[in-house]
Design a protein around this ligand. Sequence first.
Ligand code: DC
Length: 346
Amino acid sequence: MSMIRAIRGATTAAMNTKEEIFSASQEMIEKIIADNDIDVSDISDIIFTVTPDITAAFPAAAVRRMGIADVPLLDMAAPNINDALKMCIRVMVHINTDKSNSELHHVYLRGAKVLRPDIGSKGKISVAIDGPAGAGKSSVAKKLAERLGYIYIDTGAMYRTVGVYGIEKGIDIANEKDRLISELDNIKIEINYENGIQRMYLNGSDVTGRIRENDASMAASAVAVIPEIRERLVAMQQEMAKTGGVIMDGRDIGTKVLPNAELKIYLTASVENRAMRRYKEYVEKGEECDFEAIKADVIKRDYNDTHRAASPLVQADDAILVDTSDMNFEESVAAIEKMIKNTEVH
Ligand code: DC
């Protein structure tokens, strides 16, 4: 699946002169291109930041001088960080590629390695949150990520996005699995974080709202039983979690996606409670609904999640069970926050 990925680079200048900054920037960009075998037409953009002790305008100019004419460039002055490396030029080269993150080569030259001691993900862990639909996984995970500075990854959104692709192409997913599988390479899923919110893009279109519609939920659960698709999405999820400092929610995170997560939570609540929460949400929105019908839907979804052949929902042996039937939202968040803090490496 071709997607935009970022290659990082950093170097230092010996002096704050135009020629020195040009030469350090050029050396770094040339090495990124050579080490990653990049075709310049696959570069989507290049962003530089430089420490406040050198002139910020020069690195982009150096790239233009190298003859890279059409790529959008941005130069920025980095904030002043205590203990950060001096006279440092950092770059993020975004490329369109089929490679996975682990196949990319980042380039650190002239002693530029530990650049921002203040934001290393040291200490942060990977947290897997699994559980049935309606247990509050995503709202709890989102709140925890915001509070603790973690990245929240909603894996259900990825199944939903593939579901929307099927709908758009008129594929009857449950009965035309092979057709959907044969189109996998045409499904480009991108995930962006804007103001802390995960936005989903399907082949370039923002489908963040669309994937929450009812037909997308149905399509997602048909997608979720297809092993070939799960394999692809699980690989993407593992890639995304490589940095650490993630809270990922889904059905198979603790068992399949992140079997080595430092903390695994199985978040659940009774059928009655989950149905009541959903019922209240509808009532608050002024939508008409029937409690018994919602409850029947919860039971059906639980059955589907736990009885499918491919990665059924199951509590991992080493997951901690958190039953929120008698907890409110804040109590649920506080309970897991404590577990994360106790598990983080200090
Ligand atoms: O959590 P959700 O309702 O957004 O999930 C959408 C569908 O995807 C649902 O049918 C369960 C499935 N799913 C899955 O099988 N594995 C995951 N890791 C996440 C979601």
